[in-house]
Design a protein around this ligand. Structure first.
Ligand code: AMP
Length: 184
C-alpha cells in the first residue's frame, strides 16, 4: 500500500505549520518542515544568506535534502515544499508511485497573511525574516509569482488529489475542521 503525503501549501502566515503540527499530533505523520531544516544551516552558508534576503533557495540545493527525508518516510506532511513549479514536478514525478499525494491549498487574501505575520511577531514567534517589512514583501512576491504556478500545476497533476480550503476564519479550530474535512 502507498504511504500518504500531504502538501500544506499557501502563502506566509496562513497557518501551514500550525495545522501541520496538529494533524501530526492527531494522526502521527512524519513532518518535513523545509524552512526549519534550512534554518539549521550555519548563518554564513550561501543558503542562509539567500533566506535572510527573503529569496527562494535554488531548487538544486533542496532536492537532495528533501529526498533524504522522503526516502526514509512513511506517511508524511510537507510544509514549505514544493514552492516552485520545478519542485512540484520533481516531487510528483519521483514520488507519485510511492505516495498518495494530497494538496491542501490554504487560500487566504494577502491582508490576512500580513495580519497573521504581525501576530506571529507580537506573540514572540520571532523569526528574523518576519521582522523586516521589505523582506516580508519579497517573500510574498515570491509566493504569488513563483509558488502560485506550482499550486496551479498541482491542481490538475495526474495522481494528485487537490483541495482548496478556506482558512480565513479567525478561529483556528474552525480552519482545522475544514482541513480535516478536506482530508477525510
Ligand atoms: P518558511 O519557514 O517555510 O517560510 O521558509 C523560510 C525560507 O526558507 C524561505 O523564505 C526561503 O528562503 C527558504 N525556503 C523554504 N522552503 C523553500 C523551498 N521549497 N524552496 C526554496 N526556498 C525555500
Amino acid at each position: 500500500m502507498k504511504s500518504k503525503m500531504i502538501l500544506m501549501m499557501g502563502g506566509q502566515g496562513v497557518g501551514k505549520g500550525t495545522h501541520a503540527r496538529r494533524l501530526i499530533a492527531r494522526d502521527g505523520y512524519g513532518y518535513v518542515e523545509t524552512g526549519a531544516i534550512l534554518r539549521g544551516l550555519p548563518p554564513e552558508s550561501p543558503v542562509a544568506q539567500i533566506m535572510a534576503r527573503g529569496e527562494l533557495v535554488p531548487d538544486a540545493d533542496l532536492f537532495d535534502v528533501i529526498a533524504a527525508e522522503l526516502d526514509k518516510s512513511g506517511d508524511v506532511i510537507l510544509d514549505g515544499f514544493p514552492r516552485t513549479l520545478g519542485q512540484a514536478q520533481w516531487l510528483v514525478q519521483k514520488y507519485v508511485d510511492k505516495f498518495d499525494i494530497r494538496v491542501i491549498y490554504m487560500d487566504v487574501p494577502e491582508d490576512i497573511m500580513l495580519a497573521r505575520i504581525e501576530k506571529r511577531i507580537r506573540e514572540g514567534g520571532g523569526r528574523a525574516d518576519d521582522a523586516d517589512a521589505a523582506i516580508v514583501r519579497r517573500r510574498l512576491d515570491a509566493f504569488w509569482k513563483t509558488t502560485m504556478p506550482a499550486i496551479e500545476w498541482l491542481r490538475n497533476a495526474p495522481g494528485v488529489k487537490f483541495a482548496d480550503v478556506d482558512v480565513t476564519n479567525e478561529n483556528p479550530d474552525v480552519n482545522f475542521e475544514r482541513i480535516s474535512a478536506a482530508l477525510s
